[in-house]
Design a protein around this ligand. Sequence first.
Ligand SMILES: Nc1ncnc2c1ncn2[C@@H]1O[C@H](COP(=O)(O)OP(=O)(O)O)[C@@H](O)[C@H]1O
Ligand SMILES: [Mg+2]
Length: 248
Amino acid sequence: MARVVIVKLGGSVITDKSKPYSYRPDVASALAEEIASSDEKVVVVHGGGSYGHTAAKQQGISSEDAATTAAGVSKTRQAMHDLDNLLARTFMESRLSPYVFEPFDAALKAGKAQLGRWLRELMKQGLTPVTFGDVVLTPSGFKVLSGDLIVLELAKVLEPDRCVFAMDADGVYEEGTRVIIPELKPAKIRKMHVLPGQDATGGMKLKLDAAARIAALGPKVCFVSGYRRNEFSKALKGLEFYGTTVRA
Ligand SMILES: Nc1ncnc2c1ncn2[C@@H]1O[C@H](COP(=O)(O)OP(=O)(O)O)[C@@H](O)[C@H]1O
Ligand SMILES: [Mg+2]
Protein backbone atom coordinates (compact mmCIF):
# COMPACT_ATOMS: atom_id res chain seq x y z
CA MET A 1 0.00 0.00 0.00
CA ALA A 2 1.10 3.57 -0.69
CA ARG A 3 2.78 5.41 2.15
CA VAL A 4 0.46 7.14 4.57
CA VAL A 5 0.00 10.87 5.14
CA ILE A 6 -1.07 12.05 8.59
CA VAL A 7 -3.04 15.30 8.43
CA LYS A 8 -3.58 17.47 11.47
CA LEU A 9 -6.51 19.82 10.99
CA GLY A 10 -5.83 22.57 13.48
CA GLY A 11 -8.59 23.77 15.73
CA SER A 12 -7.58 27.20 14.44
CA VAL A 13 -8.73 26.07 10.98
CA ILE A 14 -11.94 24.14 11.50
CA THR A 15 -13.24 26.55 14.16
CA ASP A 16 -13.03 30.24 14.92
CA LYS A 17 -10.92 30.27 18.07
CA SER A 18 -12.05 33.79 18.92
CA LYS A 19 -15.69 32.64 19.18
CA PRO A 20 -16.63 29.85 21.63
CA TYR A 21 -18.24 26.82 19.96
CA SER A 22 -17.99 28.10 16.39
CA TYR A 23 -17.41 25.54 13.65
CA ARG A 24 -16.26 26.42 10.12
CA PRO A 25 -18.13 24.04 7.79
CA ASP A 26 -16.95 25.77 4.60
CA VAL A 27 -13.26 25.53 5.50
CA ALA A 28 -13.62 21.94 6.72
CA SER A 29 -15.47 20.95 3.57
CA ALA A 30 -12.85 22.52 1.26
CA LEU A 31 -10.08 20.53 2.99
CA ALA A 32 -12.16 17.35 3.00
CA GLU A 33 -12.69 17.70 -0.75
CA GLU A 34 -8.95 18.05 -1.28
CA ILE A 35 -8.36 14.89 0.77
CA ALA A 36 -11.11 13.04 -1.12
CA SER A 37 -9.78 14.01 -4.54
CA SER A 38 -6.16 13.11 -3.68
CA ASP A 39 -4.83 9.60 -4.10
CA GLU A 40 -3.26 9.60 -0.66
CA LYS A 41 -3.97 7.28 2.22
CA VAL A 42 -4.83 9.79 4.92
CA VAL A 43 -5.26 9.58 8.68
CA VAL A 44 -6.82 12.74 10.11
CA VAL A 45 -6.25 14.16 13.58
CA HIS A 46 -8.12 17.30 14.55
CA GLY A 47 -7.65 19.84 17.29
CA GLY A 48 -10.13 21.27 19.77
CA GLY A 49 -10.25 24.89 18.67
CA SER A 50 -13.19 26.86 20.00
CA TYR A 51 -14.78 23.61 21.28
CA GLY A 52 -12.11 21.67 23.16
CA HIS A 53 -10.00 24.59 24.29
CA THR A 54 -13.01 26.62 25.40
CA ALA A 55 -14.38 23.73 27.45
CA ALA A 56 -10.95 22.84 28.85
CA LYS A 57 -10.42 26.41 29.98
CA GLN A 58 -13.88 26.60 31.54
CA GLN A 59 -13.07 23.41 33.44
CA GLY A 60 -9.53 24.44 34.38
CA ILE A 61 -7.96 21.50 32.52
CA SER A 62 -4.83 21.69 30.36
CA SER A 63 -1.83 19.57 29.41
CA GLU A 64 -0.31 20.72 32.71
CA ASP A 65 -3.28 21.10 35.05
CA ALA A 66 -5.30 18.04 35.97
CA ALA A 67 -9.08 18.10 36.15
CA THR A 68 -10.49 18.81 39.59
CA THR A 69 -13.92 17.33 38.92
CA ALA A 70 -15.27 14.32 37.05
CA ALA A 71 -17.86 16.58 35.41
CA GLY A 72 -15.03 18.69 33.99
CA VAL A 73 -13.56 15.62 32.26
CA SER A 74 -16.91 14.66 30.75
CA LYS A 75 -17.79 18.19 29.62
CA THR A 76 -14.44 18.71 27.92
CA ARG A 77 -14.61 15.35 26.15
CA GLN A 78 -18.20 16.08 25.15
CA ALA A 79 -17.07 19.31 23.48
CA MET A 80 -14.48 17.33 21.49
CA HIS A 81 -17.09 14.79 20.46
CA ASP A 82 -19.47 17.57 19.39
CA LEU A 83 -16.81 19.08 17.14
CA ASP A 84 -15.79 15.65 15.87
CA ASN A 85 -19.39 14.89 14.95
CA LEU A 86 -19.67 18.06 12.92
CA LEU A 87 -16.41 17.31 11.14
CA ALA A 88 -17.34 13.70 10.41
CA ARG A 89 -20.62 14.89 8.89
CA THR A 90 -18.80 17.40 6.72
CA PHE A 91 -16.41 14.63 5.63
CA MET A 92 -19.33 12.45 4.56
CA GLU A 93 -20.84 15.31 2.58
CA SER A 94 -17.46 15.69 0.86
CA ARG A 95 -17.17 12.11 -0.47
CA LEU A 96 -15.03 10.82 2.40
CA SER A 97 -15.97 7.86 4.60
CA PRO A 98 -14.67 8.77 8.05
CA TYR A 99 -14.00 6.10 10.66
CA VAL A 100 -13.82 7.96 13.95
CA PHE A 101 -11.74 6.37 16.70
CA GLU A 102 -10.72 7.45 20.19
CA PRO A 103 -6.95 7.80 20.25
CA PHE A 104 -6.32 6.62 23.76
CA ASP A 105 -8.83 3.79 23.71
CA ALA A 106 -7.68 2.43 20.40
CA ALA A 107 -4.01 2.38 21.38
CA LEU A 108 -4.80 0.74 24.71
CA LYS A 109 -7.04 -1.91 23.23
CA ALA A 110 -4.87 -2.80 20.32
CA GLY A 111 -1.23 -2.17 21.23
CA LYS A 112 0.96 -0.20 18.85
CA ALA A 113 1.78 -2.82 16.21
CA GLN A 114 -1.86 -3.87 16.06
CA LEU A 115 -2.97 -0.25 15.85
CA GLY A 116 -0.81 0.24 12.75
CA ARG A 117 -2.20 -2.86 11.05
CA TRP A 118 -5.76 -1.91 11.97
CA LEU A 119 -5.43 1.65 10.63
CA ARG A 120 -3.91 0.39 7.37
CA GLU A 121 -6.74 -2.09 6.98
CA LEU A 122 -9.33 0.68 7.49
CA MET A 123 -7.66 2.72 4.76
CA LYS A 124 -7.50 -0.29 2.46
CA GLN A 125 -11.27 -0.59 2.89
CA GLY A 126 -11.66 3.00 1.67
CA LEU A 127 -12.19 4.57 5.09
CA THR A 128 -10.49 7.67 6.45
CA PRO A 129 -9.50 7.17 10.10
CA VAL A 130 -10.27 10.29 12.14
CA THR A 131 -9.22 11.00 15.70
CA PHE A 132 -8.75 14.06 17.91
CA GLY A 133 -7.21 15.64 20.97
CA ASP A 134 -8.59 14.10 24.13
CA VAL A 135 -8.73 14.21 27.92
CA VAL A 136 -6.80 11.22 29.19
CA LEU A 137 -5.96 9.65 32.52
CA THR A 138 -2.29 10.19 33.39
CA PRO A 139 -0.44 9.18 36.58
CA SER A 140 -1.15 12.70 37.84
CA GLY A 141 -4.83 12.94 36.91
CA PHE A 142 -6.92 13.74 33.83
CA LYS A 143 -5.12 16.06 31.44
CA VAL A 144 -5.50 17.30 27.87
CA LEU A 145 -3.63 15.26 25.29
CA SER A 146 -2.97 17.53 22.32
CA GLY A 147 -3.82 16.44 18.79
CA ASP A 148 -0.28 17.50 17.86
CA LEU A 149 1.15 14.82 20.19
CA ILE A 150 -1.29 12.26 18.82
CA VAL A 151 0.18 12.96 15.38
CA LEU A 152 3.61 12.18 16.84
CA GLU A 153 2.36 8.91 18.37
CA LEU A 154 0.66 7.90 15.11
CA ALA A 155 3.83 8.75 13.18
CA LYS A 156 5.73 6.24 15.35
CA VAL A 157 3.11 3.61 14.55
CA LEU A 158 2.48 4.29 10.85
CA GLU A 159 5.88 5.55 9.61
CA PRO A 160 4.11 7.95 7.22
CA ASP A 161 5.77 9.63 4.28
CA ARG A 162 4.80 13.03 5.68
CA CYS A 163 2.69 14.81 8.26
CA VAL A 164 0.77 17.91 7.22
CA PHE A 165 -0.23 20.43 9.87
CA ALA A 166 -2.96 22.74 8.56
CA MET A 167 -3.28 25.85 10.69
CA ASP A 168 -4.38 29.48 10.55
CA ALA A 169 -0.86 30.85 9.88
CA ASP A 170 0.77 30.36 6.44
CA GLY A 171 3.64 28.41 7.97
CA VAL A 172 6.22 28.93 10.69
CA TYR A 173 7.23 32.57 11.18
CA GLU A 174 10.74 33.86 11.83
CA GLU A 175 10.87 34.98 15.45
CA GLY A 176 9.03 38.22 16.01
CA THR A 177 8.01 38.63 12.34
CA ARG A 178 5.42 37.39 9.86
CA VAL A 179 8.10 36.07 7.51
CA ILE A 180 7.56 32.41 6.62
CA ILE A 181 10.57 30.09 7.02
CA PRO A 182 10.53 27.76 3.98
CA GLU A 183 12.80 25.02 5.42
CA LEU A 184 13.51 24.12 9.04
CA LYS A 185 15.69 21.52 10.74
CA PRO A 186 14.77 19.96 14.09
CA ALA A 187 17.97 21.39 15.61
CA LYS A 188 16.91 24.91 14.60
CA ILE A 189 13.45 24.38 16.09
CA ARG A 190 14.98 23.43 19.41
CA LYS A 191 16.75 26.81 19.50
CA MET A 192 13.68 28.87 18.56
CA HIS A 193 11.84 30.92 21.14
CA VAL A 194 8.13 30.42 20.60
CA LEU A 195 5.42 31.56 22.96
CA PRO A 196 3.09 28.77 24.10
CA GLY A 197 -0.02 30.80 23.12
CA GLN A 198 -3.58 30.55 24.37
CA ASP A 199 -4.19 26.81 23.83
CA ALA A 200 -4.89 24.41 26.67
CA THR A 201 -1.91 22.44 25.37
CA GLY A 202 0.95 24.75 24.44
CA GLY A 203 -0.01 26.14 21.02
CA MET A 204 2.71 26.65 18.45
CA LYS A 205 5.50 25.76 20.88
CA LEU A 206 4.14 22.25 21.33
CA LYS A 207 3.34 21.92 17.62
CA LEU A 208 6.95 22.74 16.69
CA ASP A 209 8.28 20.42 19.36
CA ALA A 210 6.12 17.59 17.96
CA ALA A 211 7.28 18.44 14.42
CA ALA A 212 10.96 18.28 15.41
CA ARG A 213 10.43 14.86 16.98
CA ILE A 214 8.50 13.56 13.96
CA ALA A 215 11.14 14.80 11.49
CA ALA A 216 13.86 13.16 13.60
CA LEU A 217 12.02 9.85 13.08
CA GLY A 218 12.12 10.25 9.28
CA PRO A 219 8.88 11.71 7.90
CA LYS A 220 8.94 15.28 6.68
CA VAL A 221 6.55 17.72 8.32
CA CYS A 222 4.64 20.40 6.42
CA PHE A 223 3.10 23.49 7.98
CA VAL A 224 0.55 25.00 5.65
CA SER A 225 -2.42 27.32 5.86
CA GLY A 226 -5.73 25.51 6.16
CA TYR A 227 -7.34 28.49 4.44
CA ARG A 228 -5.38 27.98 1.20
CA ARG A 229 -6.86 24.79 -0.16
CA ASN A 230 -4.51 24.69 -3.16
CA GLU A 231 -1.43 24.93 -0.99
CA PHE A 232 -2.90 22.37 1.40
CA SER A 233 -3.56 20.06 -1.54
CA LYS A 234 0.04 20.39 -2.78
CA ALA A 235 1.44 19.66 0.70
CA LEU A 236 -0.89 16.67 0.96
CA LYS A 237 0.39 15.25 -2.32
CA GLY A 238 4.05 15.87 -1.48
CA LEU A 239 4.42 18.69 -4.02
CA GLU A 240 6.08 22.05 -3.43
CA PHE A 241 3.80 24.37 -1.51
CA TYR A 242 3.78 27.77 0.18
CA GLY A 243 4.57 27.17 3.83
CA THR A 244 7.25 25.52 5.97
CA THR A 245 8.84 22.09 5.56
CA VAL A 246 10.64 20.49 8.49
CA ARG A 247 13.18 17.84 7.54
CA ALA A 248 15.96 16.21 9.54
N1 LIG B 1 6.65 31.23 15.01
C1 LIG B 1 5.34 31.08 14.74
N2 LIG B 1 4.96 30.72 13.50
C2 LIG B 1 3.65 30.53 13.20
N3 LIG B 1 2.65 30.71 14.08
C3 LIG B 1 2.97 31.09 15.34
C4 LIG B 1 4.32 31.28 15.72
N4 LIG B 1 4.33 31.64 17.02
C5 LIG B 1 3.05 31.68 17.41
N5 LIG B 1 2.22 31.36 16.42
C6 LIG B 1 0.76 31.30 16.53
O1 LIG B 1 0.39 29.94 16.65
C7 LIG B 1 -0.91 29.78 16.11
C8 LIG B 1 -1.11 28.34 15.72
O2 LIG B 1 -1.11 27.53 16.88
P1 LIG B 1 -2.48 27.00 17.49
O3 LIG B 1 -3.37 28.17 17.81
O4 LIG B 1 -2.16 26.04 18.57
O5 LIG B 1 -3.08 26.26 16.23
P2 LIG B 1 -4.03 24.98 16.16
O6 LIG B 1 -5.33 25.42 16.71
O7 LIG B 1 -4.06 24.73 14.71
O8 LIG B 1 -3.37 23.91 16.96
C9 LIG B 1 -0.97 30.76 14.97
O9 LIG B 1 -2.24 31.32 14.93
C10 LIG B 1 0.05 31.82 15.29
O10 LIG B 1 -0.56 33.03 15.64
MG1 LIG C 1 -2.89 24.02 19.05
